[in-house]
Write a protein of this length. Structure first.
Length: 249
């Protein structure tokens, strides 16, 4: 019998703790597949955040470092500067990256640190009970915005990819999603490009991935996919936001 589909070597066999319908598992697999295909598992170091993916070090079969809340880019910067030939990536949610970690990600990008960030945006704080996040949409109901997010007291959602794309340091920034097989394929391509840019020593790279949170959105896994399409993509349009031209990857 020929095996045509198997677990990536860069993933462990541990069962994940994610809620039904959460797409962290899909994203984990995409990152692992890219690492395997590039043949860099033994040379890769990942940095785990605080949030739903706080236990990512249990799922990736490679060297992992746990960072304090929001500090993954700073930790990754230190690792990369000590081990410049290693492939270093952070895996962060929107609460970790866009709230307490805003300064960390902005300055890592501005410095053009040669690291890759996998940024999972589900428009809410997942692990801590569904509070409003910097990415929560206007009128979106959360534990701390029960009447829906109002721009007057609470401000507008932050478009992280567009914001970072204005800086000189980033070499590649893209926003993708994983709500259909076609979009999953595009997401994998973006992740691979980000890693290839890092391997080429070009500069900072980030892939923002729109993800679902059925538990805190108050809907079924199937409904959450439609909610993402109808509500998130109009606010967070997919596509490449910055790409340094003329780079061979």
């Amino acid at each position: 019998m020929i095996t045509v589909f198997d677990r990536p070597e860069a993933l462990t066999s541990a069962k994940t703790h994610y809620c039904p319908g959460c797409t962290h598992g899909i994203i984990h697999r995409l990152v692992a597949e890219v690492i395997d295909e590039l043949g860099v598992r033994e040379e890769t170091i990942g940095v785990s955040p605080v949030g739903c993916s706080v236990l990512a070090y249990n799922y990736f079969n490679l060297d992992m470092q746990q960072a304090a809340h929001g500090r993954a880019p700073a930790v990754a910067t230190g690792i990369k500067r000590v081990h410049p030939k290693k492939i270093v990536f952070t895996y962060q949610g929107d609460g970790d990256l866009a709230a307490i970690g805003t300064a960390e990600i902005v300055h890592a990008a501005a410095r053009g640190e040669k690291i890759t960030t996998i940024f999972v945006n589900n428009a809410i704080y997942g692990m801590t009970g569904g509070q409003m996040a910097p990415t929560t949409l206007l009128k979106q109901v959360s534990m701390t915005s029960p009447q829906g997010r109002d721009a007057a007291p609470q401000g507008y959602p932050i478009r992280v990819s567009e914001m970072l794309a204005t800086l000189d340091g980033p070499a590649y920034i893209a926003r993708v999603s994983v709500h259909t097989p076609q979009e999953v394929s595009k997401a994998k391509k973006a992740i691979k490009t980000a890693f290839e840019y890092q391997m080429a020593g070009i500069g900072f790279t980030l892939v923002e991935i729109l993800s679902t949170c059925p538990t805190n959105w108050g809907c079924t896994p199937k409904e959450s996919l439609r909610w993402l399409v109808d509500n998130m993509i109009p606010v967070y349009p997919l596509g490449v936001k910055k790409m340094v031209e003329g780079v061979k990857v």
